[in-house]
Design a protein around this ligand. Structure first.
Ligand code: 9MR
Length: 540
């Protein structure tokens, strides 16, 4: 557990793009600040902070100091009285390395293959989880289960969350291909297909295995019965694996992500694209054949993540949207229109609420497709959401779109999902206020937050060091596996470690960098993936 003194002056510990808005946020102190050049030690900019304003989420009064006018590349820190900030850079392309690191993390999450030293450095380890899995409700049936990414700090693999992660990465690639030009590298790097597609294919190949060949439905998850101890390396986790029963939410997610993949991979690999489309269509047929399905519940003897979700309309809506966008087939359009008329969140991007992906798929397709009235309605709704978020950003001391109530388990996913929505709103409207606000969300993630911490392992002056992540705990390397996004502050204090150390803290301070804090300091693929999306927008 790290208990460094919090600095009151916080900045993005990576830095700021040359021509972007730049500001330092100060908790409890206002006045004249200086930006100091790290090498010369000389002040290069002087300014006044705004007045201190109470910030409910941070539990203190904060103000900001603008130094946007400083547009000279270099390495700096800020001082105010006897306080100094973390160092940071001002650069033309400051997030390139961070972006590579966030994406490389998926390779480091891989299951079922050796992570060699060549690609994983000191975090290499032997292949894990190689045995066949047993179908939970038909124990005679054993199936190949290898591949894919571990979900999180545990070694479970879950269809819906995996689909969300792939969807974010493919969307990032569709909208910001320029950010994915450099090799990561990973073993498949070939200089032809971008590495992001190689990496997603690793998960997609596993997702095929999650489709029950007998019915086309998707198993909800593949896990052992209970979580292994926190220091168990993946290759030592040898308990039996089970394919847990098919669910409608998992099947909708599988149909959505496979239809999307079919579109994105077609220019690179037609055979693979056809396989994806076939899987998507079979999953869709399962959904049509099962219009009313109860949500997934863990059987009594299973203690791994449940990812329960009673509402499957949003996953069906996403699947219909992607199938329509990819095939142009009016049948899917008809289904999409009928689903769009139903009540469920249409702008959310969480593992439980996948409606936002359906809305994005419909809005981002070629303009000739789609129903004008529906397109306008969905776009107006999206911009309304973006404006609601923008209003929260304006009122928030740290410039992000979370209210106090939003600091929940995985709040950093909320932070990144909302920045994603702002960026899609920017893409569709051209309003650059949304883009600037999305960038503020990166600044928060990378250190400009009430705890002065970078929530990404290995990046920033004071990053998370003790994530609840089995390989980081179980290996003999001092540094955690890099590029992982921690869950973030959680006012629910849902674990004993948080309960013991964080009573009475303000919402945005309900975080402790301790490996035991699974409800705040765990890492997951679907917290990394929206971060890749958001950062990719700002990478040249
Ligand atoms: O990310 C999930 C979070 O939204 C839920 O509140 C929480 C409790 O149900 O579960 C989280 O998911 C965990 C999953 O169940 C198992 N793998 C680790 C996930 C992150 O903590």
């Amino acid at each position: 557990m790290t208990q460094a003194k919090q600095r009151c002056l916080t900045v993005d510990q990576i830095g700021y793009p040359l021509n972007a808005k730049k500001s330092v946020i100060s908790a409890g102190k206002s006045g004249t600040f200086e930006v100091i050049h790290s090498v010369t030690g000389k002040p290069v900019f002087q300014g006044e902070t705004g007045p201190l304003q109470p910030d409910e989420a941070a539990g203190t009064a904060v103000c900001s100091g603008d130094f946007s006018a400083l547009a000279e590349p270099g390495s700096y820190y800020v001082s105010l009285g006897d306080e100094i900030s973390a160092p940071f850079v001002i650069a033309d392309n400051p997030y390139k390395e961070l972006h590579q690191g966030l994406l490389k993390a998926f390779y480091l999450f891989r299951c079922g293959c050796d992570l060699s030293e060549e690609y994983a450095g000191p975090w290499s380890h032997a292949a894990c989880h190689l045995a066949d899995g047993t179908v939970y409700d038909d124990s005679e049936v054993k199936l190949n289960s290898t591949g894919g990414w571990h979900d999180a700090g545990d070694y479970g693999q879950y269809t819906g969350p995996g689909a969300k992660a792939v969807a974010d990465l493919l969307l990032a690639f569709e909208l910001n291909p320029q950010a994915f030009r450099s090799p990561l590298p990973i073993p498949e790097t070939d200089g032809i297909t971008p590495d992001v597609l190689h990496e997603c294919r690793y998960e997609l190949e596993w997702l095929f295995k999650m489709q029950d060949d007998r019915t086309g439905g998707a198993f909800h998850k593949l896990t052992t019965k209970q979580f292994p101890a926190l220091n168990v390396m993946p290759e030592d986790d040898l308990a039996d694996l089970y394919f847990l029963p098919v669910s409608a939410t998992a099947t909708g997610c599988l149909a959505g992500v496979m239809a999307m993949a079919s579109r994105v991979y077609r220019p690179f690999d037609e055979v693979f694209a056809d396989r994806c489309l076939e899987a998507a269509k079979r999953a869709w047929q399962w959904l049509l054949d099962h219009p009313e399905v109860p949500g997934f519940k863990n059987p009594q003897d299973i203690g791994t993540g449940e990812y329960g979700d009673e509402q499957d309309l949003d996953e069906r809506y996403w699947a219909a949207a992607e199938l329509f966008r990819t095939t142009g087939d009016e049948t899917y359009h008809t289904h999409f229109k009928a689903l769009a008329a139903q009540q469920f969140p249409k702008y959310e991007l969480g593992w439980a609420d996948m409606g936002g992906y359906g809305t994005f798929a419909y809005l981002l397709q070629d303009s000739a497709k789609g129903d004008n009235a529906l397109l306008n309605w969905l776009k107006d709704g999206l911009l309304e959401e973006a404006d609601k978020l923008a209003a929260i950003c304006t009122a928030d001391g740290y410039g992000i779109s979370l209210t106090s109530a939003d600091y929940i388990w995985g709040s950093n996913m909320v932070v990144m999902n909302r920045a994603m929505l702002l960026l899609i709103a920017y893409h569709l409207s051209g309003n650059d206020k949304y883009e600037a606000m999305a960038l503020d969300h990166i600044h928060y993630l990378m250190g400009r937050n009430p705890l002065d911490i970078s929530y990404v392992t290995g990046y920033g002056d004071r990053p998370v060091m003790h994530p609840h992540h089995r390989p980081s705990v179980g290996d003999s390397v001092a540094d955690p596996v890099p590029g992982l996004v921690a869950g973030g502050p959680n006012r629910g204090l849902n674990d004993d470690c948080m309960m013991e150390h964080l009573q009475g803290k303000a919402p945005a301070e309900c975080f402790i960098d301790d490996e035991l804090s699974y409800a705040g300091n765990e890492v997951t693929i679907y917290w990394n993936s929206p971060a890749v999306f958001v950062v990719s927008h700002f990478v040249k």
